[in-house]
Design a protein around this ligand. Structure first.
Ligand code: M6R
Length: 364
């Protein structure tokens, strides 16, 4: 049941510290602070390319993973949504692997993408929340997310546990390819081990996010911006908001603003900026100044350092805990989920069963 929560979605948002912890327990050795993956059906050391395919929120987890695999493990990654990939007739490299990501393990396009990749001789790795699913049966190896059953149509804890598994996998790939040393592996593992505690701290911002969401519920359009791994989080924020509150929202790479979307900015468009203090912070901050100069109402999701650097220039600032930028996308997923949730509640929509949507998309 929903326990004391008004909706499954809220319950599932609040379960994240616990289920991320359960997932970490499966893949991280907490004493050695090293990653322990089951034997893979391919060797990351010699893998020519990893192809990642999924739909919706699972696709956005794959997009975060693309940045991780490329940056820390130096693995070339190709990423696509399953409905395009399945018909694209993409040539896939000999000795390559394809990773599919799915909460349900039943999404028809993702399954078809898996079958295409298999027909091209690829090894199939899947990241799944339902281990006895069709996709599981057709995979060479399943890496389970330990989110437990997800009931709300909007994916929340499945997403952050997918990110958790993918982060572990990226670290183990980096080790296999000699791209990181032992010290860095322990630092990254330690950062991951601290995520459940940091996620609990993020949830303490629920009330202030609820107040921001009341304001957002009155608007017609919302923009979400981010760079690097914050870009898929911006896309995820926009997807969540559209899906459950029916407010039009778009996510953009912050650097893409001046190539078109900045024309939309006026005092009626809230702009949610996802900007942990990482290597790209200054770049995002300057895009944010451009938005503010045009009267945009900026909702700035950052940390204490970032908030200080910006000096209270944004309309609203949410200062999240300071973390290793590597794990930031896992944590910054939470405020965008809460924003969408509270906006939907304010609008009175059916949060757990939004119109026109099914939990598992088993038809094309
Ligand atoms: O079960 P799957 O992870 O394969 O589902 C993929 C998408 O249908 C799903 O993530 C969808 O985008 C969610 N409703 C987003 O909240």
């Amino acid at each position: 049941g929903k326990g004391n929560f008004r909706h499954f979605m809220l319950k599932e948002i609040y379960e994240q510290p616990a289920v991320i912890g359960d997932t970490l327990q499966r893949y991280v050795n907490p004493l050695a602070r090293t990653i322990e993956m089951p034997a893979l059906p391919f060797d990351f050391a010699t893998l020519p390319r990893l192809t990642i395919v999924a739909c919706g929120t699972a696709y956005l987890a794959g997009m975060v993973a693309k940045y991780w695999f490329e940056q820390i493990a130096r693995v070339p990654v190709e990423l696509d949504i399953a409905s395009e990939f399945r018909y694209r007739e993409a040539p896939l490299p000999k000795g390559g692997a394809t990773m599919v990501i799915s909460q349900s393990g039943e999404t028809i396009d993702t399954l078809a993408a898996l079958r295409y990749a298999k027909s091209q001789g690829q090894k199939i790795l899947s990241v799944l929340n339902v281990p006895e699913s069709t996709i599981a049966r057709e995979s060479d190896l399943v890496l389970p997310t330990l989110a437990g059953p997800e009931i709300g149509v909007a994916s929340t804890k499945a997403f952050t546990t997918q990110l958790t598994v993918l982060a572990c996998l990226a670290i183990s790939a980096a080790r296999a390819r000699g791209a990181i040393d032992h010290k860095r592996e322990t630092e990254l593992s330690q950062a991951l081990l601290e995520v459940p505690a940091r996620a609990a701290e993020v949830l303490n911002h629920d009330e202030s996010i609820r107040r921001i969401a009341y304001d957002i519920a009155e608007t017609r359009d919302v923009l979400f911006l981010g760079r690097g791994t914050s870009y898929p989080i911006a896309l995820e924020g926009a997807l969540k908001l559209k899906e459950i509150s029916y407010i039009h929202a778009e996510g953009y790479a912050a650097g893409e603003m001046k190539h078109g979307p900045i024309a939309l900015i006026d005092e009626n468009v809230p702009v949610v900026v996802v900007a942990p203090s990482d290597d790209l912070f200054e770049k995002t901050a300057s895009n944010l100044q451009e938005v503010m100069a045009r009267g945009g109402r900026v909702i700035f999701l950052s940390d204490h350092k970032g908030a200080k650097k910006l000096g209270g220039k944004a309309a609203i600032t949410v200062a999240l805990p300071q973390v290793d930028p590597f794990v930031a996308p896992i944590l910054y997923a939470i405020p965008v989920q809460l924003l969408a949730y509270h906006a939907a509640v304010a609008k009175g929509t059916d949060v757990d069963q939004p119109r026109n949507l099914a939990k598992s998309v088993t038809v094309e």
